[in-house]
Design a protein around this ligand. Structure first.
Ligand code: BGC
Length: 379
């Protein structure tokens, strides 16, 4: 039986109704709807012992809801999105979605690999964005839930056929979402291919740590562990330069409100307008363990999100293209900068930038990447 979300019921009440919680947490599965092609879509609810709850659909691996406690223990949904599958099917700027094969932009939808030039869809002005017209955010993933003593989670699998969206090779992708009892949300990505292909997987949740629909995110205080960023052209393609953040509005090495310099007269801030840039993360260690990338603090609620990753880059997007036309959960109007995304990934347009870390996966290699969003409170 198909269950349709009732917008009159609050997200939290729905979670309570749906989660057959064992004492520490649990995972449940419900019907969410049907795609335009008639595929059945489910929603999974995961809960930990501290009340943190996550709702994920197998359509695009989309995170629909993320309930996080504030400094007084109050739970709020901190991600943007829609109440029903229809919203995601009709028009979504990648709210909460799993992105592949290539997160971010590839200039002119073209790259040359091993002497052959490949053409991809140009779905963002002159460029290819987030995997194309039907990227990993628009396919139904095969999902297997799991429960361990200190965590609950989902294993999502998708096999992308050769030539899908113009990319070479059959790509077998596995992504694991884990919610731990330490209030962490862990993303483990892995993939193999039978022909060389670019791969750059990421998660595209939009956050508002004050709570979804509670206004803009300009007061959130951001720290980024990045001495450099990749300046872009007017179509948001990196120029290839790795530029020092020193003395620019891109210097988040010390905690700084997003809004403090976002409207400064800086050519790089004109395109969004605002932040929509890849930061070159400072790295230590052997690259196999996630290292500190970012911290975001919301002063009114005390909520803190820390990001650790094995990836070399982080796209900080300040929700500039939200323009009040999308009506999200409970009818909230998403205005400019009502949410931000922090997408851990390789640098944009790497397939055309020999100086950037490679995103090419070859047969016999394994793509692996891990990102942790850790939630806490600061009084
Ligand atoms: C991009 C933005 C884009 C947004 C939604 C972000 O990853 O950097 O430019 O508007 O995704 O598509």
């Amino acid at each position: 039986m198909q269950r349709v979300l009732d917008p009159r019921v609050s997200g939290w009440a729905m979670i309570l109704a749906w989660t057959v919680a064992c004492a520490g947490g649990g995972v449940t599965r419900e019907r969410f709807g049907t795609t335009d092609c008639g595929e059945a879509v489910s929603v999974f609810t995961l809960k930990n012992a501290h009340g943190m709850a996550l709702r994920v659909t197998d359509y695009g691996g989309i995170i629909l809801t993320l309930l996080v406690p504030d400094k007084n223990g109050r739970l709020d949904d901190v991600v943007l999105g829609y109440d029903s599958l229809t919203g995601y099917l009709r028009s979504s700027p990648y709210f909460g979605a799993l992105i592949g094969r290539y997160g971010n932009r590839i200039a002119h939808g073209r790259f040359t690999l091993d002497g052959k030039t490949y053409t991809l869809a140009t779905n963002n002005g002159p460029n290819h964005l987030h995997g194309g017209l039907r990227g990993f955010d628009k396919v139904v993933w095969d999902v297997a839930p799991f429960e361990h003593p200190d965590s609950v989670g989902l294993v999502l699998r998708y096999t992308s056929p050769n030539d899908e969206e113009g990319y070479p090779g059959t790509l077998r992708t596995t992504v694991t979402y884990t919610l731990t009892s330490a209030n962490e949300l862990v993303f483990d990505y892995s993939a193999t291919t039978d022909r060389a292909t670019p791969v750059n997987l990421t998660q595209h949740s939009y956050f508002n740590l004050a709570g979804d629909g509670k206004g803009d995110i300009l007061g959130h205080v951001v720290t980024l562990n990045a001495d450099r960023f990749t300046p872009v052209d007017s179509t948001l393609i990196p120029t290839g330069e790795l530029k020092s953040v020193a003395g620019t509005p891109f210097d988040f090495r010390k905690p700084t409100p997003i809004g403090a310099r976002i409207d400064q007269d800086d050519v790089q801030l004109r395109y969004g307008p605002g932040y929509d840039h890849n930061f070159v993360l400072n790295k230590s260690g052997d690259g196999h363990e996630p290292t500190f990338a970012a911290r975001v603090y919301e002063p009114a609620t005390g909520r803190v999100m820390e990001i650790y990753t094995t990836e070399p880059g982080l796209q900080f997007y300040s929700g500039n293209f939200l323009d009040g036309t999308l009506h999200g959960k409970k009818g909230v109007v998403y205005r400019r900068r009502y949410g931000f995304a922090m997408e851990t990934q390789h640098f944009p347009d790497s397939p055309n930038k020999p100086g950037f870390p490679s995103t090419i996966l070859r047969p016999a290699e394994q793509y692996r990447s891990r990102t942790i969003y850790k939630f806490a409170v600061q009084p």
